[in-house]
Design a protein around this ligand. Structure first.
Ligand SMILES: [Zn+2]
Length: 192
């Protein structure tokens, strides 16, 4: 039986995790590669493509109808990772285009905390809620704002960045170039 499946990709500062998921949120196959050690995003995408094809049962691949990527500083509107302080890739990285080039499957990208908020709304702790915020703690502090059942992207696709609200004036230096951002204190790295 052919199902409509999606490939979900979570790009983290250290590892990139992928899962092939059905409409009910069941994870049918999963794997991971290191995000680090690929200074060129093109070779990263090639490695990810190879890993999915080697790791997933062959019959699942043709059933994938869409790809969703959550990435630090992923911009839903532009399809790019933009100036992510916690990744090796600097500047603007056209990740949506790279994914579509290698996988030949329509791809959407958003920032990792927005993707987490969508996931929790659909399948998790925020199921049935229409207004909530999702806060993710890891290398950084991410947040996704949902109002009236819709994710808030803002005019530039980067709305609701709680981690870069200044919590301490002239405080710790942040990867974004400013000082005293909340994430320099409350992220996993900040707490350590
Ligand atoms: Zn910052």
């Amino acid at each position: 039986m052919t199902k409509e499946l999606v490939l979900g990709i979570d790009i983290g500062g250290t590892n990139t995790v992928w899962g092939i998921v059905d409409a009910r949120g069941h994870i049918l196959s999963t794997g991971k590669i290191s995000t680090k050690g690929h200074p060129n995003p093109e070779t990263f995408m090639q490695a990810l493509y190879n890993n999915v094809n080697a790791g997933a049962p062959a019959e699942l691949i043709p059933q994938i109808t869409g790809i969703g990527i959550g990435a630090p500083n992923g911009n839903y509107y532009s399809g790019c990772i933009e100036f992510a302080p916690n990744l090796e890739w600097k500047g603007v990285i056209p990740l949506k285009d790279l994914s579509e080039k290698h996988f030949k499957i329509k791809t959407r990208i958003t920032n990792d905390a927005n993707a987490a908020a969508l996931g929790e709304m659909q399948y998790g702790a925020a199921r049935g809620m229409k207004d909530f915020i999702m806060v993710t703690l890891g290398t950084g502090v991410g947040s996704g704002f949902v109002a009236n059942g819709a994710l808030i992207y803002g005019h530039d696709g980067l709305a609701g960045e709680l981690g870069h609200v200044i919590a301490v004036r002239n405080g710790r230096a942040c990867g974004c170039g400013r000082k005293g951002c909340l994430e320099t204190y409350t992220s996993a790295t900040g707490v350590v």
